[in-house]
Each structure stands twice: as C-alpha cells, then as structure tokens.
Write a new protein. Sequence first.
Length: 229
Amino acid sequence: MERPFTFINSAMSADGKISTKERKQVRISGQIDFNRMDQLRAGSDAVMVGIGTVLADDPSLTVKSSELKMERIASGKEENPARIIVDSKARTPIDADIFKKGEGKLIIIVSESAPSDKVALLKEKAIIVVAGKKSVDLKQAMSELKSQGIDRLMIEGGATLNWGMISNGLVDEIYTFVGNLIIGGKTAPTFTDGEGFTEKDIQKLELIDAEKMEEGILLKWKVPANPGQ
Ligand SMILES: NC(=O)c1ccc[n+]([C@@H]2O[C@H](COP(=O)([O-])OP(=O)(O)OC[C@H]3O[C@@H](n4cnc5c(N)ncnc54)[C@H](O)[C@@H]3O)[C@@H](O)[C@H]2O)c1
Ligand SMILES: Nc1nc(=O)c(N)c(NC[C@H](O)[C@H](O)[C@H](O)COP(=O)(O)O)[nH]1
C-alpha cells in the first residue's frame, strides 16, 4: 500500500506523560526543541493530529519562523504544510484556531458515521476525506493522503492517534523529547494510549540517536515492521 513517509514528533515527561490527568497542556519542550519542531513542520508536506488534541490544545499547527515560511514560499510551497485532523465524528469546532490562523491546505478525515450536517459545515473550511465506517480507517486514509501528493507526514499526537498509527504499522520514525518533569496521574495521557500491545506483539524500536537537549533528552527511533501485527 502506498503511503507517506511518516514520523511522530512529540514531547513527554520523564514518566511518559504527554499532558496532565485533566488533559491540560504542559510545556514540556524547551525553546530549542520547539524550534526543532518548527523546522520539522516546515520540512513536512503535512502535519496531522487527532481530534482529542484539537479539543484539548486548540493548536494552529502553523510554522512559526518567518524565515522558514519564506523558504517554503521560495521553493514554490504554501507557507504552511497541509494541516490534517483525524476526526471520525466531525467534532472539530468551527471556531478552532486551525481555521483562523495561518494559510494553507486544511484536511479533515472523517468516518462514514460522521453526522452529515457537521461534515457539511466543515466542508466550507476544509477538504473532507472519508475513510472508515466508525473510526477512521488509518490505512485507507494514509493511502489517500499519498495520492494527494503528501510524501512526508508529521504526526504530532495525541496519545490515541499515536496508538492508531503505530498499531497499524504506519509509522517509520519516532522523535520524542523527554522533559525534566514528572506529571504523574494514572489517567494522564501517555505517548501511546489506545488498546495496547500484548507481550506477543510488542512494537520493538531501533535507536537512531539520543541527544541531551537543554534540561531533557531527544530520542530518535526507527520503527521496524512488527511481525506480531
Ligand atoms: N506533549 C505532546 O507532544 C502532545 C502532543 C499532542 C497532544 N498532546 C496531548 O494529548 C492529549 C490528546 O490525546 P488524545 O488521545 O485524547 O486524542 P488524540 O489527539 O490522539 O485524538 C484521538 C481521537 O482521534 C479520533 N480517531 C479517529 N479514528 C482514529 C483511529 N483510527 N485511531 C486513533 N484515533 C482516531 C478519535 O476520536 C480519537 O479519540 C491532550 O491532552 C493533548 O494536550 C500532547
Ligand atoms: N512538541 C511539543 N512539546 C510540548 O511541550 C507540547 N506541549 C506539545 N504539545 C502538542 C502540540 O504540538 C501543541 O498543542 C501545539 O504545538 C500548539 O502549538 P501550535 O499552535 O500548534 O503552534 N508539543
């Protein structure tokens, strides 16, 4: 199946959490890591998050550096990569920042179960891709994104989308900034939530690099095919 080269870039606490037990955003990255994230966005054809992240963080997913935006425009691209939301039931708020901030292509991936009135509203602001019956069929969605010319895809979470993408074998690399803080909380989202693997189909990783960065550490992993999947 043809799909984009896909990497997850995320930040987590030293105890593996990506936000608080109230799902409130925590600033985990330092400025250097935020700048690195900005460069990754600028170098990607698209940036994708799950609806849970949109509802919790209201991200714009835009490139912040004007220099990086100018470089994109000079190379004939739009100033921002395409911004994509995985949103099976079309719950993206009409007044979300992603619609208000920054220029560029917006894609919302819904499932067939999404209410048609909500889809119609979102269709006025974004390209709608339909994939899957109840939740989004991520394999079908990735194939569709590739056919739309998206060759390099950045995933920025959250916890459940990371599970969906990894468990479907759709992720090539993972970059995680591990920050110098403990968030704790049994219900706080981790880097990968969802159903979870059993001992027979655990996803193994290959370490590409480990780099001390400010008060944390940046880990880069290759995600080999999972024979257990
Ligand atoms: N620290 C970080 O780097 C970082 C990055 C992003 C989000 N976050 C945090 O993560 C939390 C959000 O994570 P989350 O798990 O609630 O939501 P999420 O962003 O992972 O979105 C998951 C939702 O996407 C939809 N979806 C549709 N089809 C799917 C499929 N096949 N597989 C998976 N999801 C599918 C479902 O509605 C699902 O609940 C927030 O608290 C946010 O602050 C942290
Ligand atoms: N890399 C990273 N480090 C963090 O410390 C942190 N809290 C996030 N959080 C996930 C998501 O990336 C943010 O919700 C957006 O980065 C919001 O910012 P934008 O408006 O999109 O620029 N991501």
